[in-house]
Design a protein around this ligand. Structure first.
Ligand SMILES: Nc1nc2c(c(=O)[nH]1)N[C@H]1C(S)=C(S)[C@@H](COP(=O)(O)OP(=O)(O)OC[C@H]3O[C@@H](n4cnc5c(=O)[nH]c(N)nc54)[C@H](O)[C@@H]3O)O[C@H]1N2
Ligand SMILES: Nc1nc2c(c(=O)[nH]1)N[C@H]1C(S)=C(S)[C@@H](COP(=O)(O)OP(=O)(O)OC[C@H]3O[C@@H](n4cnc5c(=O)[nH]c(N)nc54)[C@H](O)[C@@H]3O)O[C@H]1N2
Ligand code: SF4
Ligand SMILES: [Mo]
Length: 696
């Protein structure tokens, strides 16, 4: 007999962004019939976004991958033959082992996109035990600059504390109501704004919260370092810093003070496009309003000057006395769980820092994943050594990595690569083996491990996956047992969940009952033990700079891309509220809100180029060109173009990899011009031109 009652199960949203909203999921007959925000969620208080509401549709979508397949015909022909899991595992293991024998373990790369759950850490464990130092990830443009520069400057990664009231929040390139950035669901901030918390928004676009801000600084894309330096100039020159904190807890203040003298708001106005008086007033406001948090977003990591931008913003947090205070930028304390190093068995590969691909390019110490541009260089040019094989999961490099043509060439050149996904994608279309992953709601997982926000979230299984789909964690456990000493793996992959929770004395089931675990609330920890840097202080001037050949102080050394009269406009992008990167354009509920790629331009610019709203337009940089549809809007600067990012067409032809070249933003970027510290390419602040095109 069928049971027609809806059962409501609590879990946390995931895999539609960094995740975190507590959900109530209604299930009937092994099928999700409704999703609601859980009012008891400590991050979202019942909030849920359109992606969250549509998330169950991924599970039942007709084009979901349901069986492992192998390539039939030439790479990229779009022809596939279904195979068994046994054949899939055997083929992957034979090929990766063959490459390891011929070229060494480091010739195999393990590639991950935006981390989604425990699978990220299982992949690192697999790489470590396999003996390859090369885990390729998108961290060059996603959080590594913030986290690692934070570690070098103050010994931790300072995150905005939205769990305690702030008087002021600066949204620095963070569209939090659209993206619900890592660890920071917008509900917490919106509640504060209702209670009177003030906002400063630093964004080239008039975002929802720019409308509510005391100050909106509509800077030119790619000039965040110049703006942050001008803030430092005002606060230091006008002696508005927290002098007690600066004296006791910072290193190199006098050097910084001398260094920023020339970065006056007046001098930085032309570069940033922000009036000097507005820079001055907002800098004063930040310095005088305590506690104040800076919610820093992704764009400050999207150009070659990211190290300077992040370092300058870290200096701001420090001299204003907002580090590790409630409502400021804090070091979140982890709950009692297994440490990352232990989970991934970092001890198994002590040579990693010397051997990983990017060591050759002298990136910043502590960057432990390979920047994609250097991965491609290794495949294509064998610099510093050849890479011939790859295992990929949760990623679509053809869309997400800078310079898509080069990514295509690299994927075509690999001797072998396998990928797991829930849909066929442009990247998967080039693989030798494609594995059908079980996904969120279909297996037990833990969220937000290793994100630095001080809590982990339960994501229990809600429904069974299709019979032939396996969770990535199960796939990796099996690959581990076959490719590396089996004693480092479990009979049942779910025991890894238990390992993680054991230090706190919880079983997974007990954890699910609790819903989440949070670290202890403790602030100003430096008063007991100093800051975790060589000097024990916040290093405004980096003591190790010379050793690492990195600048000791942040500077402005020019815009990310060269000025060029042929490309008179500035190009940038922002995430689409309805999609996650290149994911989920198959889902009707989302596609109906955002049916095609839109390029936003100001009415003045539209006039200049004879473009009307809805016109088909070509956007070109020095590196490539694409076509999208014009959206004329006053929300953007007249000198700036916002092209949509992540577009491919799941409804397109598989043998053409779903028209991945047509509207794909990363056709416009370069993987050759990179920031030294993190190997970061310019995704924002490029120079471009635009023209109307006839619709084909
Ligand atoms: N809907 C949705 N949510 C997501 C994602 C998604 O793809 N879609 N991705 C997730 C991931 S992996 C990440 S890392 C986060 C990122 O989340 P956010 O940090 O919010 O990133 P973006 O949307 O790239 O950009 C945020 C804001 O920066 C502005 N901006 C553009 N160029 C510049 C610039 O040069 N300087 C400054 N100061 N601002 C600029 C944009 O107008 C936008 O309002 O979002 C996560 N959440
Ligand atoms: N130009 C430009 N480039 C960018 C950015 C930008 O703003 N502009 N943003 C950058 C940032 S911040 C990031 S984080 C990266 C993101 O880069 P990626 O993480 O590679 O982004 P996605 O395109 O979302 O690809 C994720 C893939 O995982 C699949 N997937 C979903 N769930 C599962 C699952 O449970 N298991 C498996 N195996 N697969 C699953 C999806 O179907 C999708 O194909 O892109 C970066 N690239
Ligand atoms: S904001 Fe993120 S975590 Fe919350 S419902 Fe939307 S996709 Fe899920
Ligand atoms: Mo990201």
């Amino acid at each position: 007999m069928m049971n027609n009652e809806i059962r409501w199960i609590k879990t946390h949203c995931a895999r539609m962004d960094h995740g975190g909203c507590a959900l109530l999921v209604g299930v009937r007959d092994n099928r999700i019939v409704e999703i609601k925000g859980d009012p008891e969620g400590f991050l979202n208080f019942g909030y849920v976004c359109p992606k969250g509401l549509a998330s169950a549709d991924r599970l039942t979508h007709p084009s979901r991958l349901k069986h492992p397949v192998k390539r039939a015909g030439k790479r990229g022909d779009g022809k596939w033959e279904p195979i068994s899991w046994e054949e899939a595992f055997q083929t992957i293991c034979e090929n990766l082992s063959r490459i390891k024998e011929q070229y060494g373990a480091k010739a195999v790369a393990f590639c991950q996109g935006m981390p989604k759950g425990l699978e990220h850490f299982m992949l690192i464990r697999l790489a470590n035990l396999f003996g390859s130092p090369n885990v390729v990830a998108v961290q060059d443009v996603c959080h590594a600059p913030r986290e690692i520069s934070g570690m070098h400057t103050c010994g931790f990664y300072p995150v905005a504390d939205f769990h305690h009231p702030s008087q002021l929040v600066i949204l620095w390139g963070s569209n939090i109501t659209g993206t619900n950035e890592e660890g920071e669901i917008c509900s917490l901030l919106l509640n504060q704004v209702k209670q009177g918390t003030k906002l400063i928004v630093i964004d080239p676009k008039k975002t929802d919260l720019a409308e509510k801000a005391e100050f909106w600084l509509q800077l030119k894309p790619g000039t965040d370092n110049a703006l942050a330096l001008a803030f430092l100039n005002v606060i230091i020159e006008e002696k508005r810093y927290d002098s007690d904190f600066v004296e006791t807890w910072t290193y190199g203040f006098d050097s910084l003070a001398a260094h920023i003298k020339n970065y006056t708001p007046e001098a930085m106005t032309e570069v940033t496009g922000v009036p000097a008086s507005l820079i001055r007033e907002s800098a004063r406001y930040y310095a005088e309003t305590k506690p104040a948090a800076i919610q820093w977003g992704n764009p400050i990591e999207h150009n070659i000057h990211t190290f300077d931008s992040v370092r300058a913003i870290l200096c701001l947090m420090a001299i204003s006395g907002n580090l590790d205070i409630p409502g400021g930028n804090i070091q979140a304390n982890e709950p009692k769980i297994l440490g990352l190093g232990k989970f991934v068995r970092a001890d198994m590969i002590p040579s990693k820092p010397k051997e990983m691909i990017h060591a050759h390019h002298r990136t910043i110490p502590r960057l432990m994943t390979v920047p994609p541009s250097f991965f491609k260089k290794a495949v294509l040019e064998e610099i510093p050594y050849p890479v011939r094989g790859a295992y990929m999961q949760c990623t679509n490099p053809l869309m997400g990595y800078a310079e898509s043509r080069k990514t295509f060439d690299a994927l075509m050149k690999l001797d072998f690569f396998a990928i797991s996904d829930i849909f066929m994608t442009p990247t998967a279309g080039l693989a030798d083996i494609v594995l059908p992953a079980a996904t969120h709601f279909e297996f037990n997982d833990i969220g937000h491990y290793g994100l630095g926000h001080g809590y982990i979230l339960a994501r229990p299984k809600i429904v069974d996956p299709p019979p032939d789909c396996l969770p990535d964690t199960a796939i990796l456990n099996e690959l581990g047992r076959r490719l590396t000493p089996p004693e480092y793996w479990h009979e049942n992959y779910e025991d890894f969940l238990e390992d993680l929770l054991k230090p706190g004395g919880l079983t997974y089931q007990q954890f699910v009952q609790k819903g989440y675990l949070k670290g202890e609330e403790k602030f100003r920890k430096y008063t007991a033990s100093g800051f975790g840097t060589p000097s024990g202080k916040v290093e405004l001037l980096l003591t190790q700079a010379e050793k690492y050949k990195l600048p000791a102080l942040p500077s402005f050394t020019g815009t990310p891309d060269l000025d060029d009269p042929e490309f008179p406009l500035i190009l940038t992008c922002a995430k689409d509220r309805y999609y996650l990167h290149s994911s989920y354009r198959q889902l009707e509920k989302l596609r109906k809100h955002s049916p095609r790629p839109l390029t936003e331009i100001h009415p003045q610019t539209a006039d200049t180029y004879g473009i009307r709203d809805g016109d088909y337009v070509e956007i070109a940089t020095r590196y490539g060109c694409i076509t999208q549809f014009a959206r004329v809007t006053e929300k953007v600067r007249p000198d700036t173009v916002y092209a949509a990012y992540g577009w491919w067409f799941p409804e397109g032809k598989s043998e053409l990899q779903y028209e991945w070249t047509k509207s794909n933003f990363n056709m416009l970027t370069s993987a050759d011009i990179l920031g030294r510290a993190f190997g970061t390419p310019n995704l924002k602040g490029l120079r471009c031109k635009i023209r109307r095109k006839d619709c084909p």
